[in-house]
Design a protein around this ligand. Sequence first.
Ligand code: FMN
Length: 212
Amino acid sequence: MKRVSIKIVALLLVGLFLLTGCKEKESEKQIENQNVEKVNYQKAIVIYFSRAGENYSVGRVDVGNTAMMASYIIDYLKCDSFEILPKEPYSDSYDEAKKRANKELNNNARPEMANEITNLDEYDTVFLGYPIWCGNLPMIMNTFMEKYDLSNKTIIPFNTHEGSGNAGTYKTIKNKLTSSNVIEKGLYLSGKVARSEDGKKQTIEWLKSLGY
Ligand SMILES: Cc1cc2nc3c(=O)[nH]c(=O)nc-3n(C[C@H](O)[C@H](O)[C@H](O)COP(=O)(O)O)c2cc1C
């Protein structure tokens, strides 16, 4: 009788050992997979449009607010970047720039770009940055989105503004880029915040929340 119960206890111990051993292997596998996913996720580029000059609330600046925000992402991820430049630069005057932006929006214009990106296929994630203009995307963002093949890429929008938030533009981008994986958990900062240490901190926290 004693021998039988010793055998049962021994069998139970072996079973327990095998079970926990399997569990450990499974979690090791999960960690491996997580690492693989992270490597793919990080083939990112920051593409942005920003205007220097006289602006609402921050005065005259040499580096635009969105460009500041873009620089935090570029520095943190140590990734490549591309600045969308207009063929015809926008006026340094806020009022003049606003007049032109309004006209372009009303005409559904596609302002030409002055530069080209030739290696977009190397990246699977695009951080897409812009200011809110006239409650919308600057029209040159449409020029960019129509000119380049962004299908099968993850698009992560971010923007600066002076009260409009993202003005529904993350949805606009999602509706436009139907073959892309548009992440709606973007980040928007007001111009002043974008130029501050707090803006940098918020940008890094946001990147961390996305898994970077
Ligand atoms: C032409 C123009 C139109 C703008 N329209 C809006 C707007 O509708 N809503 C808003 O919140 N901010 C608006 N702004 C403010 C900008 O979104 C804000 O200053 C932004 O941070 C500018 O970014 P940038 O320096 O990268 O160009 C406008 C600014 C300009 C120049």
